[in-house]
Design a protein around this ligand. Sequence first.
Ligand code: ATP
Length: 290
Amino acid sequence: MNKGGIGVIVTEKAPAKINLSLDTPMRYLDGSPRWDMVMTSIDLADYLTIEIHRRPQTIKIYTDSGFLPNDQRNLAYQAVHILKTRFHREEGVTVRIKKKVPVAAGLGGGSSDAAAVLRGLNRGWQLGLSLDELAKLSLTIDSDVPYCIYNHTAHVTGHGEQVTLINAIPHYWAVVAKPSVSVSTPIILRQINYEQIQHLDNVGIMTAIEEGDWRSAFDKMGNVLEPVTMPHYPAIKFLKERMQKLGADFAQMSGTGPTVFALCHNESRAKRIYNGLRGFCSEVYQVVLL
Ligand code: ATP
């Protein structure tokens, strides 16, 4: 790797996240929710190639998805821009993204791409920043980006900037299914009725996970946005119920939806759920928790 980083090409994997739990105790004065979530990552990922070149000041983003923006609206672009500005880097940067994570799915695909760019440029430019420092820089991009810097089971609070890693989950299979509906995150967030939320015991959930007591974790896990999102999109409820009928240990919507995931302690059960959903849903994946 040369000192200025010119000519350097780095690759990064950008895994999707799922919400093992999602709660919000209150709204901030600006109307945004204060989060209280337990998140983990899965081995469904986008793949990025980041190239640093001499042409000054240009940021180019290419994706193999026909309907994603390639300009400053792309979260990967914003990640390049933040590091270029902060460290006064004159080089051009080209990012090529192979999208595998469904878009606008509640799986944090865009946030994970941005986090991967930050990690990749940190290496390519030899900036020497720690993951904590990268996470701090990343918050202005999107609330899920700090978590995606680590991609490790974690308690995530505040606007998403407080990330506390917890012991990794033992090997578990997951099936992830995205119904073909588009959920608008801002619209869902505006509809949260804070008086009606049944809050979750996230401390209990984390203790159970760390102790490997999955039965107890499943009893406590939840997503307080399910009652907000599901009534608008019956397909989400249908997929969740189907996963339960097919024998999932646990099934839940991720983020603001519409993706639903099932967790299974054995692979054959996960395969059965995967096969049982393929006829109903075009975007379904059998994966493992990272
Ligand atoms: P959120 O819950 O933060 O809305 P999500 O996980 O539901 O995120 P993403 O796949 O991150 O969904 O996409 C959310 C929005 O971000 C989409 O409208 C998309 O156009 C935009 N976006 C910007 N950059 C990207 C990217 N690199 N990959 C995916 N979406 C991106």
